[in-house]
Write a protein that binds this ligand. Structure first.
Ligand SMILES: [Zn+2]
Length: 358
């Protein structure tokens, strides 16, 4: 988590924050998922807590405060995030307990975590400066936790700064939003994202296309390209591109295994990032491109390499059938978190697809 430089597309926002700092005690950073919002949050925290920042307000990385931050032990910083994000924490004691009889690490921020702030904010700060509390992703606060945090924000403790990060502001309580100064941190442009990926992972001509597919989420593309996410996406799209020759049952069997493997890996702190929602998202993107093609409304946005297959498929179907399938997918998405039987669920979706494009 320690990244010593700002992501290039966050530099203007970091500067803006320092121009408005001290105007509020709570800031809500709105950044699309996978664009590095958590790094921005940490950079801001380090910048506030460092005792020797440079002219650009960047943390020095060498003072006592910075050393405490680097070892995750600064007493004036608290991070509230779901335990599932800590399964791979570099400090062993900070990982959630796992194993037989232990609950799965939570995907939510709990009320206990929010209540745990009390013993920090009721004391004076340890190092005499401000205290910083990071909350991310803030939409993962469960209802009780959100209400408890709201109370704290309504009666802000002295010398305490809150930074909340959210990618979908609609999922946050309006009362929490209204207590925070809002800062937008948009995704990088495709060019800026590609420049960054060229620098950190090496030059390839694939970056602009992968970034377009992932809506410019450069950090997400960086992380996903370390695993098999893009290969699996390719595998699914290649199969869908076969049109009615698609073997729905075999594909369902393959993806049941991929999704189950990824879930296991995720609990161990790694994985490809694919789950049932990802599967549906890929299908929705494919459908988007099919609908574009059937309505003649321009080139494929997500899978332009398959333009020919898209053209052939729309010859055999029509926009009504495609829209019906789109509705079906939205319904399936509601069951996606806990499908009773993953394989049957996948088969159902893929057979439905094959039928509608036949
Ligand atoms: Zn420092």
């Amino acid at each position: 988590m320690t990244r010593t430089t700002l992501l290039p597309w966050h530099a203007p926002i970091f500067k803006t924050w320092h121009a408005i700092a001290n105007k509020a005690h709570a800031y809500l950073i709105v950044a699309p998922d996978g664009t590095g919002g958590e790094y921005l949050l940490n950079q801001l925290a380090h910048s506030v807590l460092c005792e020797n920042t440079d002219a650009q307000h960047l943390a020095c990385g060498q003072c006592v405060a910075c050393l405490l931050l680097q070892s995750y032990s600064h007493p004036d910083l608290r991070v509230l995030r779901p335990a599932i994000l800590d399964v791979n924490h570099p400090i062993e004691e900070m990982r959630p307990e796992q194993g037989a009889g232990k609950p799965k690490p939570s995907k939510e921020i709990s009320i206990a975590q929010v209540r745990g702030l009390a013993n920090m904010v009721n004391q004076t700060s340890h190092r005499g400066g401000q205290r910083v509390i990071l909350v991310y992703p803030a939409q993962k606060l469960n209802r009780n936790a959100a209400n408890a945090l709201l109370k704290t924000l309504e009666e802000p403790p002295p010398n305490t700064l809150f930074f909340l990060l959210v990618d979908d502001v609609k999922q946050l309580l309006p009362t929490i939003i209204s207590r925070c100064q809002r800062i937008e941190a948009p995704a990088p442009s495709i060019d800026a994202g590609a420049d960054y990926l060229n620098q950190v992972l090496g030059t390839t001509s694939d970056w602009p296309q992968l970034l377009a597919t992932e809506n410019g989420a450069a950090i997400r593309v960086q992380e996903l390209s370390q695993g098999n996410y893009f290969e699996l996406q390719q595998q699914l799209i290649d199969a869908l591109a076969q049109g009615s020759r698609l073997s729905a049952l075999r594909l369902a069997e393959q993806f049941e295994k991929h999704i189950a493997d990824a879930e296991k890996a995720r609990l161990a702190g790694g994985g490809s990032g694919i789950d049932v929602n990802t599967f549906i998202t890929w299908l929705q993107r494919w459908l988007h491109d099919l609908l574009c093609e059937s309505q003649g409304s321009g080139a494929a946005r997500y899978y332009p390499k398959h333009q020919k297959a898209l053209q052939q498929i729309v010859l055999k179907t029509n926009a009504i059938k495609l829209h019906e399938f789109e509705q079906q997918l939205l319904k399936s998405k509601r069951y996606a978190e806990h499908p009773l039987n993953l394989k049957t669920w996948l088969e159902h979706i893929l057979l439905d697809y094959a039928q509608r494009i036949a």
